[in-house]
Design a protein. Structure first.
Lengths: 285, 366, 290
């Protein structure tokens, strides 16, 4: 066979893969692009068919209306809850994960089994009892009612344990011989080597806590604790009867854009951690 | 009592007994090498001395103290790991000074000790580097350095050279011996490489399946192995074993498939005393000799034996033969002189003074 | 005689306290509540034995909720699986566009449910939604009321979920692909397999552990589906998208039948437990993937 023709064939195959793949990629992103464009159109230009892609003039009217709601307060709540949860998840999860990975103590195996078993207990099963407990504890209407249950999850403990098990045991043995006690080994040797695991767990925990929906929905008795995902739910048009629906599409688009832009920016900055760490620290044993 | 003493140490992992019972005493300043095949419990023994594994029963004493239940840091030991176990996030200086910093040694003293150790190991120019930017040999030296700065009572080495290439390993062997002389500290060195054992040890401990088979100087374990296992383990290539019978001829003779060797008087006496007729004959490859053009060597202890040679490998000073005596495969290493005949099947000699006999039931040396 | 490290407890106790109070205790309390007629408020409710569970079996609404959830799972799991797999394979070939595609495929995963709901509400809008507009441009029926057709609502929610989460499956598959030694693929090539055969005969079987992981995760996520339903459909049209968790929510926090809601929750837990145990028995010996 003529080498040039096989080479030509290869390019053709590549092209046959690239082009549909690229179209698919564009389509996948189209909804986000369209909602962003929609949010900038004057109301009159939103409901048109065939669609008007670009607004004739950029309009911020929908944003104005979204911001009439206490969006600032919701943002503070969301960040507060996500940050505190993440810090607690990291601290408690790393310490417990280390104990389960490396230390010997009475009841370790049973306790770890319990932690694993709790993976099977979907949070939804606990909605009713947690709700009743929060009432008993007088935590309803506080941010802690949202923070504490999320810190109790087994995920970080499990991930940290897996990661610590992958650190060569010799390193800790060497440190023990060098005279380091358990905490010194943990803080001076293990943690500095666990930056990837901490970043992965931290990012995942933050994203999960920032984005969670059902529990904050139940706990959001007032704007004082309401989070962005719950608050913005009010802008979803389908829930709003039929009056003034046009406005709601615009407001929904504006609200969505307000969260899409920062989410995507954070994602772009941290994408390496999001995608690589799920592979390396999450799934490997 | 000083030095290191293990008394009736037993180690079990769950149901599995890895060390059935082990007693060992090591004098202060001695360089002891523990050898044995993979999985025989060498590392486990070392780690129990270090305090990284608990003993299941028995006791361990270091410098006269019972340290059985003490933490590693209270035992005054330093250890070099096979993987080197260098802290990847610390540079060489920080690696070496880690233990000193933990014990809150004054800064000036730390700096001085690190400098000295680095000088001794020729690491001075690498002090600022991270372990990943060092070669294998340099990492190995950092691991050494980390233990040296401690000035511990005892140094433990778990196969520290096994990740190096052959040449570097040879030179590190020498350096380790020199280091031992300089530091004059008790050292326990684990390896499965018998050359390392033979070259460095004051005494060798040979282990198999968690049991000590023999303890002795390199000469003792080579020349007078206690049993078949030690005889086969020490020496390279390893000893050939042939089944044989003791028969009374004009001299007491061992006769087997394709060979008959008269016994030297001393060995004959012992063989008689043992009163077993079925024995195992041990022939070290290096004790075979070639026939020369001038006929068989005049040496009267050289007994003739017919070798059926399958392969001969010439390596300059000598020649390795893969051959058969009768139907049994053996190895021989024969010195090659200018007048040596080509290595083909035929008559060879074996030095009967160097012949070993073992009881075929117990494997004990006769 | 074993040396137990007393410091170990200082490592685990903080977590264990939170874990016990906010995970184990509510779980047990949930089981307890499921045997009562508890309504909202501080009173624990009266013990009524298995009545709630009998109700679960007899009550057609609950049965509907489970059926709807299973139907939804049957659509969303294969959809996410194959789209995620296709994405991973596409992105894994180091074509010029792979970085951007990888980013785009994963990006929706970082968005919160509310945004996804708003975006697709708008996309599926009957008159002006981009989906119908696109269909119209292709000359296809373009007046489909996606969110109001009882038969379409589950596939539509499944599709939205796939858009939202297939990137996650993709990343897991990518991990699996990268763990396959390149020599294996090359060996298959040399043995004369074409790329298509190589994929299905060599690569795909080697992805088995990862595949089970993806299926388990998406399946359990599907059993728990709530946020999109709550924002987009409120369980409708009529009850065609009333899933189990949405039912629990309605029963517990709208109708305040908390005993009954707890019982449905416990049944959901049992289903998820069976799925998890099944996966581990199917894949015993492969503990490296959780
Ligand atoms: N933590 C453990 N749990 C169970 N068994 C173990 C453990 N550590 C070691 N063993 C077993 O104990 C035996 C001795 O192991 P050890 O590491 O001491 O061997 P070794 O002589 O150092 O071998 P090598 O030359 O391969 O390093 C082996 O059979 C090993 O499987
Ligand atoms: Mg070993």
């Amino acid at each position: 066979m003529n080498p040039n023709s096989t080479r030509y064939g290869r390019y053709l195959i590549r092209l046959l893969i690239i082009v549909p793949g690229f179209i698919f990629t564009v389509l996948w992103f189209l909804p986000l692009l369209w909602i962003i464009l929609t949010s900038l159109k004057p109301t009159a230009e939103i409901l048109t068919n065939p669609p008007q892609w670009l607004p004739s003039a950029f309009s911020l009217e929908h944003y104005g209306r979204v911001l009439e709601k206490p969006v600032g307060q919701w943002t503070i709540n969301s960040l507060y809850i996500a940050i505190i949860s993440t810090i607690l998840t990291l601290v408690l999860g790393a310490a417990a994960g280390y104990a389960f990975a490396r230390l010997r103590f009475f009841g370790r195996d049973i306790l770890f089994w319990l932690v694993l078993a709790s993976f099977m207990m979907p949070f939804e099963v606990m909605l009713i009892p947690l709700y009743r407990m929060m009432g008993d504890f007088g935590l309803v209407g506080t941010r802690w009612s949202i923070i504490l249950p999320s810190v109790a999850g087994p995920f970080s403990v499990y991930l940290f344990r897996q990661f610590f098990l992958s650190i060569p045991r010799d390193l800790e043995d060497a440190a023990a011989i060098d005279g380091a006690g358990v905490w010194a080994r943990f803080v001076l040797v293990v943690l500095p080597l666990s930056v990837p695991a901490c970043t992965a767990v931290g990012i995942l925990a933050f994203a999960e806590n920032f984005n969670q929906y059902i529990w904050p929905l139940i706990m959001s008795t007032s704007d004082a604790v309401m989070t962005l995902p719950v608050g913005f739910g009010q802008f979803a048009p389908s829930l709003q009867g039929s009056t003034n629906i046009t406005q709601y599409y615009g407001m929904g688009a504006a609200a969505a854009t307000l969260l899409i832009i920062p989410s995507l920016i954070v994602f772009l900055i941290l994408q390496r951690f999001f995608m690589d760490n799920i592979i390396t620290s999450g799934m490997k044993g | 009592m000083s030095g290191i003493v293990l008394k009736n140490v037993v180690k079990r992992f769950g149901d599995e007994t890895v060390i059935p019972e082990l007693s060992l005493s090591i004098a202060e300043g001695e360089f002891v090498v523990i050898v044995g095949p993979s999985g025989c419990g060498k590392s486990t023994t070392l780690r129990m001395i270090a305090g990284l594994e608990d003993v299941s029963s028995g006791s361990i004493h270091i410098a006269g103290r019972d340290v059985t239940w003490l933490q590693p840091k209270a035992r005054d030991i330093a250890m070099v790991f096979q993987s080197y176990a260098l802290y990847p996030h610390m540079n060489v200086a920080a690696n070496m000074s880690f233990s000193l910093r933990l014990s809150r040694t004054p800064k000036a003293e730390i700096r001085e000790r690190v400098r000295k150790a680095a000088e001794m190991l020729e690491l001075t120019e690498f002090l600022e580097r991270k372990p990943r930017d060092l070669s294998g040999g340099q990492r190995q030296r950092v691991a050494m350095g980390r233990s040296i700065v401690r000035d511990a009572y005892c140094f433990l080495f778990d196969e520290p050279l096994s990740n190096l290439d052959a040449k570097l390993r040879a030179s590190m062997r020498t350096e380790l011996s020199i280091l031992h002389k300089k530091l004059d500290r008790t050292m326990i060195y684990v390896t499965h490489d018998q050359i390392e054992a033979m070259t460095m040890a004051d005494r060798i401990v040979i282990m198999e399946k968690g049991r000590i088979q023999q303890i002795g100087t390199p000469r003792e374990v080579y020349n007078t192995p206690d049993n078949v296992f030690v005889a086969g383990f020490i020496g390279s290539p390893s000893m050939n074993f042939l089944d044989a019978e003791l028969v009374e001829e004009e001299m007491l003779t061992v006769r087997g498939d394709g060979f008959a060797f008269p016994l030297a008087p001393e060995l004959a006496a012992r063989a008689k005393a043992s009163r077993s007729s079925r024995v195992v004959v041990g022939l070290r490859p290096e004790h075979f000799a070639a026939t020369t053009t001038t006929g068989r060597a005049a040496d009267s202890t050289l007994a003739p034996v017919h070798l059926e040679v399958d392969v001969a490998e010439y390596i300059g000073s000598s020649q390795f033969l893969a051959a058969r005596i009768g139907s049994k495969q053996i190895a021989a290493a024969v010195e090659v002189g200018p007048d040596t005949l080509p290595m083909t099947s035929g008559e060879y000699g074996f030095d009967t003074n160097r012949l070993y006999l073992f009881d075929s039931d117990t494997g004990e040396s006769i | 005689m074993r040396r137990v490290n007393p410091f170990a407890y200082t490592f685990v106790i903080p977590f264990l306290i939170v874990f016990a109070i906010f995970r184990i205790y509510p779980f047990l309390l949930g089981i307890l509540t499921s045997f009562t007629d508890a309504r909202v408020g501080p009173r624990p409710g009266n013990f009524i034995g298995l009545e709630n569970y009998i109700d679960v079996i007899n009550n057609s609404e609950v049965r509907r909720a489970f059926i709807v959830t299973f139907q939804y799972s049957l659509i969303v799991v294969p959809m996410s699986f194959f789209i995620g797999l296709a994405m991973a394979v596409y992105v894994d070939r180091k074509l010029p566009t792979h970085t951007i595609s990888r980013l785009v495929f994963f990006a929706p995963f970082v968005l919160t449910a509310t945004i996804v709901a708003i975006v697709w509400n708008w996309m599926f809008q009957t008159q002006f939604g981009l989906v119908n507009v696109g269909l119209g441009m292709l000359g296809l029926p373009d007046r489909i009321a996606w969110l109001k057709e009882p038969d379409l609502i589950l596939p539509v929610i499944a599709f939205i979920t796939t858009w939202w989460q297939a990137g996650f499956a993709m990343v897991i598959f990518l991990g699996g692909l990268q763990n396959i030694p390149g020599e294996l693929i090359e060996a298959a090539r040399i043995d004369g397999a074409n790329p298509w055969q190589t994929f299905w005969r060599v690569t795909f079987p080697l992805l088995l552990p990862v595949s089970t992981l993806v299926i388990t995760i998406t399946l359990i996520e599907a059993m728990r589906v709530f946020s999109l339903i709550h924002i987009i459909t409120r369980g409708g049209p009529s009850d065609h998208s009333t899933t189990v968790v949405f039912y629990v929510f309605q029963e517990g926090f709208v109708r305040f039948e908390q005993g009954m809601a707890a019982a449905v929750g416990v049944v959901l837990f049992l289903v998820i437990m069976v799925l998890t145990v099944l996966r581990f028995t199917l894949l015993r010996g492969d503990q490296s993937y959780f």
